[in-house]
Design a binder for this molecule. Structure first.
Ligand SMILES: O=c1ccn([C@H]2C[C@H](O)[C@@H](COP(=O)(O)OP(=O)(O)OP(=O)(O)O)O2)c(=O)[nH]1
Length: 144
């Protein structure tokens, strides 16, 4: 499958898979100068790219585990949803969950983007639903 990627700025980097069978393509920050994120601060970070995702697919923006485990850097709305009809700039809402300031560098690999199929069902309003073993049990009703 081909997915079109448009660079919206000359300093943008096309997302890259770092190993052949990686699920995600790393997303690069397209920022002119470093950005400091203070503890519990979040910011939309530019990537400088836009995508044309085929209908029937979406993309998810997910954190990079290395940045989470070493820095405490995460994504506020993880996983971010990129709709197939969105043609604007892909942005990453980074949040600093650590007690220390985090410096986001230009061209830093800030997140990863994973392409996934989506289904688009018809939602039918109903008065009752069929019975199941679980019924409305949830939120730990089976114990720990
Ligand atoms: O982390 C994200 C999340 C979303 N988007 C872009 C692509 C997506 O298709 C669009 C809308 O996202 P979403 O559906 O999550 O936003 P919403 O809050 O429901 O707003 P809208 O009314 O624009 O759909 O914003 C990003 O660039 N990064």
């Amino acid at each position: 499958m081909n997915i079109l990627v448009q660079k919206l700025s000359p300093t943008a980097t096309i997302p890259q898979k770092m190993t052949e069978n990686a699920s995600g393509f790393d997303l690069f920050a397209d920022i002119g100068e470093p950005i400091i994120l203070n503890p519990l601060e979040w910011r939309q970070i530019s990537t400088g790219i836009a995508l044309e995702i085929p209908v029937g697919y979406e993309a998810q923006i997910r954190p990079r585990s290395g940045l989470s485990s070493t820095l405490g850097l995460s994504i506020l709305n993880s996983p971010g949803t990129i709709d197939s009809d969105y043609r604007g700039e892909i942005k990453v809402i980074l949040i600093n969950l650590s007690p220390n300031p985090i410096r986001i560098e230009p061209e830093m690999r800030i997140a990863q983007i994973v392409f996934c199929p989506v289904i688009s069902p018809q939602l039918i309003e109903a008065q009752t639903l069929s019975e199941s073993l679980r019924q409305d049990g949830g939120f730990g009703h089976t114990g720990q």
